[in-house]
Design a protein. Structure first.
Lengths: 138, 401
């Protein structure tokens, strides 16, 4: 009989927690600068939206990673997580500019928080990939 | 020794929860030591930088500004502001013999549109008489500052075009100053002609903040350098006797106020670091005692198998050194992830000048914190091991039977 039970590894859970915390905190604590007095948005607003879109992709990948049981597929998703997070780091201040003042919220909170969370995801995904590889060889 | 290390590693692997708990404790201890020391050093460096950048002995500002602490807000926190007094103050100061140099400054605050999405402090200075800003500008820009040129603080990013607009006046950002850790990092410096142009343009754009100010008759502050051998406080007192609407403040008294705040913050951080270290040491002693007590039968079996007391002590010390060094590294990484990326937030919350020390010093602090953690854990385990190895092996084995 085929074993259909969901087997959760440590990295599966950590990946889900980190990616969820990533977008929840981005929407609550680490959001970029608010609208200006005239109601228009600063350039960092669009960077924030782009980060959020990447976070949704990361979250989806983490959920998919949780449900797949084949090591090869899981390893592939881990690589995807590394690539998406890597691109995510370069979004604020790289592909999409942030406000010009270093003292602005987007420069002081959003960008460093985005980098830290993305690095976390990369580390956990890399560990997961290594563990899956090791298990595959055994 | 190879056997000891291998046994210690296997012991740690065999009890993952216990190992993780000890790792977290060591990480917490090292993070507190590293983070606390780096913060205190940054505050000290920030004050030194602020002191050096002020450059003047006395600063003269309008009376109402002095009572509201606006100057400190501008210089320390970078809160943009503007205030003016009559230019006749310059004549009074110029007539005093004890004054060696004096230079006026003109403050403008940019609107939240155009350049920077937030207001920026614009400081106009007279290049001919200035002695406080130009020595710093020379480090980054050797030519003279022409009309329309601006020098920006380290907190303002220069666009690729090199052009920044204030009140519709396009300026060339010719250089960027080094970080000071103060509000001056968020300021823009220009000569008086550029400032005048911005003021006129602001009026045309419908911003009437400066419409009541006559540029030819007003200054915001006057920086004064006193003659050598003269007492700065007495000169400031003499100036105050002659001024009605302005106040002369010795910059040392401004710095003394910040230094007092810094001392208080440093003391709190130092005390907290010590308390955390003390508590962590107590917790480590209790944990190691409990662990060694829990493992006394295991150690007794090893003794029966021929392991000497020295070998057992070595195994336990190696275990604690491994845990403290790995945990310590984690602690340093965790503290670094808070202090370095969020330095700006920390500076804003403390409301004190803050400038991170150089990479070399940070590395030394990290090594010191790591050694402190290893030493604390190592010594704690030595004390606990000594107690258990004093007992008779046979007695230990009979106790648990």
């Amino acid at each position: 009989m085929k074993d259909k039970k969901l087997r959760l590894g440590g990295t599966d859970v950590v990946l889900l927690i980190v990616t969820t915390a990533y977008w929840v905190l981005l929407l609550t604590v680490f959001q970029p600068c608010g609208p200006k007095e005239d109601g228009s948005y600063m350039v960092c607003h669009w960077a924030g939206n782009a980060i959020l879109s990447f976070n949704i992709i990361l979250e989806a990948l983490a959920i998919v990673h949780l449900f797949f049981r084949k090591e090869g597929i899981k390893a592939g998703i881990s690589i995807a997580l590394i690539v998406v997070s890597g691109v995510g780091i370069t979004l604020p201040g790289g592909f999409i500019p942030l406000c010009m003042m270093e003292t602005m919220r987007c420069n002081q909170l959003t960008r460093p928080a985005n980098t830290i969370f993305a690095v976390f995801v990369i580390i956990v995904a890399a560990v997961d990939f290594w563990l899956l590889n090791k298990r595959g060889k055994e | 020794m190879k056997f000891v290390i291998s046994l210690a590693r296997r012991n740690l692997k065999g009890r993952p929860i216990r190992t993780v708990a000890l790792l977290m404790l060591a990480a917490f201890l090292t993070a507190a030591m590293f983070g606390g020391t780096v913060t205190v050093k940054s505050l000290k460096k920030g004050l030194e930088s602020y002191e050096a950048r002020l450059g003047a002995d006395i600063i003269v500002v309008p009376k109402e500004t002095d009572s509201h602490g606006t100057v400190e807000s501008i210089l320390l926190q970078g809160v943009p502001g503007y205030f003016y007094m009559d230019k006749s103050v310059l004549d009074i100061i110029g007539s005093m013999e004890s004054v060696k140099n004096f230079s006026p400054q003109f403050y403008l605050a940019s609107a939240t549109t155009g350049c920077c999405d937030s207001a920026v402090q614009i400081i106009g200075f007279d290049p001919e008489s200035d002695f406080s800003i130009q020595p710093w500008i020379v480090e980054n820009y050797s030519s003279s500052l022409e009309d329309g040129d601006v020098i920006v603080g380290s907190n303002i990013r220069i666009p690729n075009s090199g052009e920044i607009r204030f009140y519709n006046v396009t300026c060339n950002a010719v250089a960027q100053l080094d970080t000071t850790g103060t509000g001056l990092d968020s300021a823009v410096y220009a000569n008086m002609n550029t400032i005048q142009k911005m003021m006129e343009s602001s009026d045309n754009l419908g911003f009437h903040y400066f419409s009541k100010v006559s540029f030819d008759r007003a200054v915001s502050s006057i920086l004064i350098e006193v003659e050598e051998g003269c007492d700065i406080n007495s000169v400031a007192r003499d100036i105050n006797l002659q001024l009605d609407d302005a106040v002369a403040n010795p910059t040392k008294s401004m710095i003394a106020g910040i230094a007092k705040g810094l001392l208080g913050t440093s003391k709190i951080i130092g005390t907290l670091t010590f308390v955390i270290w003390f508590l962590a040491t107590i917790i480590l002693i209790v944990s190691f005692t409990m662990i060694v007590n829990e493992r006394k039968r295991e150690l007794a079996v090893l003794r029966i198998c021929g392991a000497s007391i020295r070998t057992l002590s070595e195994v336990l010390v190696v275990e604690s050194v491994l845990v403290s060094s790995i945990g310590g590294l984690f602690g340093i990484v965790a503290a670094s992830m808070v202090i370095f990326p969020f330095e700006g937030v920390l500076k804003r919350s403390l409301q004190l000048p803050m400038l991170l020390p150089g990479a070399g010093l940070i590395f030394l602090i990290a090594i010191g914190a790591l050694c402190g953690s290893i030493l604390t854990c190592g010594l704690t385990s030595v004390i606990c091991t000594h107690k258990i190895t004093e007992k008779d092996t046979g007695l230990i084995l009979r106790e648990g039977a």
